[in-house]
Design a protein around this ligand. Structure first.
Ligand code: GLN
Length: 204
């Protein structure tokens, strides 16, 4: 794989629609090199991919229009560490339960679009994270999808107080139904870089 630099990682942010800018600001604050992914060449330069929140149907449409759909899917299948937030989590799911919607079909989960209701039902709630769920993260849920079913090999890494699963991990795929990029808390971005992309932030 061709890389711009050998000693630094580069994160790609899928930037076709949605809040890719906010992810970029978060990575900027962490001093992580990143690029906007809009075409094939961009994909060849990255060590990890973020699929942002937005409108999943629109992102799918644009992935098709830009001919990136198959390429992105293949890259992820071939091991590109990837994080999907909100609409990004929908894109990674194998099945959307409440509508006939195409996805990248990466994660063996079933997800319900707008599972908590419309825009007016958006909410902020503490997410309990980590293996013991003792740490909390300010979860911002905007027309968020609801994870309805996960298979045994998928780990739950974030849940609400009512035990609803809102963050999952499978190998080097990470998905959150909330929006860490809309908070000042950089710990999820840091987690993605350190744990999922598997590089030590300290050496960057
Ligand atoms: N409801 C949106 C969708 O279905 C996701 C919302 C979001 O990303 N904040 O794609």
């Amino acid at each position: 794989m061709k890389k711009l630099s050998t000693n630094k990682i580069i994160i790609g942010i899928l930037s076709l629609q949605g809040d890719f800018k906010e992810h970029s600001i978060a990575l900027e604050k962490l001093n992580i090199q990143h690029i906007n992914v809009r075409k094939k060449n961009d994909l060849d330069q990255i060590d990890g991919l973020i699929i942002p929140g937005g409108e999943s149907t629109t992102i799918i449409k644009l992935l098709k229009r830009t001919k990136l759909f198959d390429l992105v899917q293949k890259k992820i299948f071939n091991g590109l560490p990837t994080w999907g937030t909100c609409a990004g989590a929908i894109l990674l799911a194998k099945k959307v339960t409440n509508m006939d919607q195409q996805t990248l079909k990466i994660l063996d989960i079933e997800i319900e679009r707008n599972g908590y209701g419309r825009q007016a039902n958006s909410f902020t709630e503490e997410v309990h994270i980590g293996t013991n769920k003792k740490t909390t993260f300010p979860g911002i849920f905007i027309r968020a999808p609801k994870i309805k079913k996960i298979t045994k090999n998928i780990s739950c890494v974030g849940m609400l107080s009512n035990k609803e699963i809102v963050a999952i991990e499978y190998k080097n795929i990470f998905a959150t139904t909330f929006h860490p990029e809309l908070t000042d808390d950089l710990s999820m971005h840091e987690y993605f870089i350190k744990k999922i992309v598997n590089k030590d932030l300290g050496s960057l």
